[in-house]
Design a protein around this ligand. Structure first.
Ligand SMILES: O=C(O)CCC(=O)C(=O)O
Ligand SMILES: [Fe+2]
Length: 318
């Protein structure tokens, strides 16, 4: 997809609404109805900390994003500066490859407009229990044959430079994902374990065991295999324990992850210990400041979008 002619900048975060017709937008509150999650789905999320199997993109839309992804994997120096984090290979195992990049939405129109997908926005609204804004995206791509692991972790352990915790992650497959090519796994109910320390993201898959008690370790026996066709997504709570194994298969396993936060989220940078990880992040202000940079646009205004439908929508409370 080429940039529309009127778009003059190379930094798409200048635009806080869709810039193309990549994703069709609802025109009335009724148009949103088809995307509303059921009471059962909400209840499942509250109990388990994740919800899987939501369709966000058609195969054609996935193809468009995969074309853009090729560009994002070989960016110019100028484009590279728009990323908050960029590692062509973040795998600690020298025989493996894991592409991990944050900020691709600033560079190509499809990844920019993806934030405004209605199926995505309605689900996030319900699972977060209110209006929300962009935190950041993340590309996690494992090539065929030697794709690296993403070690077991909780997302919020990396996000304590923001407060309060009111975040949600969406994992969206750009390839069909299953156990063979390194799909994600969840430990159901682990969102109730509280916040654990960081134990590493791309090295030892099981490093987190050092900080777990016996019951927690035992619950990995019950892990959920998050198999998904491309274009489908899963959502998970910021304290959800999740990870993915190596990809030794003949197929790649690419994914785009969308991270949102509540509209009232504040900076909490002052005591944050990993300041070097934030070097290329958008301005975060000082502790207590609202996160109001252009890179954190509001994605949903429920009163405006939903009108009278508002009261009838089941909302999660976790
Ligand atoms: O793509 C993966 O395997 C890891 C993704 C992840 O950590 C996340 O969605 O929060
Ligand atoms: Fe994660």
């Amino acid at each position: 997809m080429k940039l529309p002619d009127e778009i003059q900048t190379s930094d798409l975060s200048e635009y806080s609404s869709p810039i193309s017709d990549f994703i069709k937008q609802p025109q009335t509150p009724e148009d949103w109805q088809q995307y509303v999650l059921s009471e059962e789905q909400i209840k499942f999320y509250e109990e388990n900390g994740f919800l899987s199997g939501i369709k966000v993109l058609t195969e054609t839309q996935v193809d468009i994003l995969n074309e853009e992804l090729e560009k994002l994997q070989s960016v110019s120096d100028e484009e590279r500066k728009l990323f908050y984090h960029y590692e062509s290979n973040e795998a600690e195992d020298p025989t493996k490859v894991l592409f991990h990049a944050i900020g691709g939405w600033r560079v190509t129109p499809g990844f920019h407009d993806l934030w405004w997908s209605p199926a995505y926005r309605m689900a996030v609204y319900q699972l977060m229990g209110g209006d929300f804004k962009v935190f950041h995206d993340q590309l996690f791509c494992k090539p065929a044959k030697h794709g690296g692991v993403v070690a077991w972790h909780q997302d919020f352990s990396y996000w304590t430079f923001t407060k309060p915790m009111n975040h949600l992650t969406c994992w969206l497959g750009l390839d069909d994902a299953n156990a063979d090519n390194g799909c994600m796994y969840y430990v159901p109910g682990s969102h109730k374990w509280g916040l654990l320390p960081i134990t590493g993201l791309t090295g030892d898959m099981d490093a987190v065991r050092e900080v777990l008690n016996e019951d927690q370790k035992a619950s990995f026996d019950n892990k959920f295999v998050n198999e998904l066709p491309k274009g489908y997504c899963s959502f998970h709570h910021p304290l959800m324990m999740h990870g993915s194994y190596a990809n030794l298969s003949e197929r790649s396993r690419r994914a785009i992850v969308l991270n949102t936060m509540g509209t009232k989220t504040l900076s909490n940078v002052d005591d944050y210990e990993r300041k070097e990880a934030l070097q290329n992040f958008p301005p975060l202000g000082k502790t207590g400041d609202p996160l109001d940079d252009k890179c954190f646009p509001i994605l949903f205004d429920s009163t405006k979008e939903l009108g009278d439908m508002l009261q009838a929508i089941p909302m999660a409370s976790v």
